[in-house]
Ligand binder design. Sequence first.
Ligand code: HEM
Length: 481
Amino acid sequence: MAYVSMKILIVCGLATLVAYWYISARTEAKGRANFARQHGCQPIKNNLRGKWPLSLDLLKVQYAAAQRNQLFDFLQPYFDKYGPTFSINIVGEGLCTIDPANVEAITISKFDDWGLGTRRRGVFPFIGEGIFSQDGHAWKQSRDLIRKHSDARGTVDLAPAFFSFTLGTTTDLLFGESLDTLSRDDQKDFSNSFDHATKVTALRLRLAELCWVYTPPSFMKSCRTVKKFASHFVRRALACQKQQGNAAKRQYSFILDLYEKINSQFLVSDQLVNVLLAGRDTTAASLTWTFFHLLRNPEKLQRLKREIDSVTQGDSGITKQHIQQMPYLSAVWTEILRLYPQIPMNVRFATRHTWLPKGGGPDGEMPIFVPKHSGCGISVYHMHRRKDLYGEDANGFRPERWLSGELKDIKYGYMPFWHGQRICLGKDFATLEASYLIVRLLQAYPDMHLPQDHAILQPGKEKQDVGIVVASTEGCKVVLR
Ligand code: HEM
């Protein structure tokens, strides 16, 4: 008897569960349909689906393209075929867009409907708690704290190689002192660990929900090493404050201001790593591409040199005012960031049901419904190469396009530094830092040129290392004479 009633109980329990699931699914579907109707959303025009279950075949071919260092060139035909917004189903459902109207919605008018989603899990072992891994209230607090220190100001120590140059300038800005205060071995250890942790983090970000499958011990070791050095600088700043009181702020303002507000050595060192990640490779890779293309376009290089000579009259004491009088230099930098936006593919996740203005209906011009938790990839790289926005030569290096007025209405079609509330805090610092270095290098090596028998390919066809940023696989070879 007891056995029968147990059986009935289980059956009833299961039936209740199934009924609950069915009613919730119906209510959810109805809620979604009402929301979509209210906002005039139409089914999305194009869907990208693979042939294998979970579209794993698409992952496989993308992996192969990345191995050939041609990931973005390989992705271009998808946009040609499916248009500026399409849904994509690899492992889970999501969207991909290069439509400026959708970009505006995600970054500005519907900012609160979107968050970082899986990014936090991917980057957390490396950068921990900080502006690049946070959303909501915590992010706002970090942003307010960091904002005032991101102005382009102060003197920085220069070194010739771009990556060590930007590592030096960014650590100068953040740590309050140069990495030179470390021994040579420690400098190498810090820099190698930073590179390794960045590389693995980029892969983890691509794995999204599955990032936990790729956490090699070498990665965790590198993360620990970077944090160890960041904490070392925090301790030095605090020790200096103990000795000198408020005077220590002259040198260590970034660290001490953060510490005043956060009151945790651990969290301050995490924020340092966050901003270092944001500011180092982005600027270094952009500088590499700048010289890569100037050297392949001697007439543009000459034009830039003429501008530098006429503004500086050969004086090497370059100031911000000098740089502000160089429109062609600004056009070169803007064009490089167009061709190689340094966060080339960024993802946001819907924090609640929302909608985007474009992608639905037969012509893709109607709004589309986006359910809560859906990801939307924005390929800034491909948007910046849209021929309908930039003209037939969208793939070419032509800084002049920024001087002719032809792009005066480009607005959300250009976003190397993002838009809206999460716009890059270091954009002025990066622009000044890069401009300064370009001018000084061209002054120091006016005859620099490309080594003989160097292939000249159209931008986009050259080999690219796509990690968190997009770097040149072959670097930038040059004869400095
Ligand atoms: C060419 C150089 C740079 C480029 C192209 C660039 C680009 C970007 C982009 C696209 C974002 C938005 C990322 C996102 O929200 O997903 C961003 C955020 C950020 N950048 Fe930059 N960046 C550069 C250099 C720098 C430098 C030098 C610093 C600081 C020294 C810096 C500090 C930051 C910070 C703190 C954020 C986070 C803002 C937030 O989430 O509220 N960046 N940057």
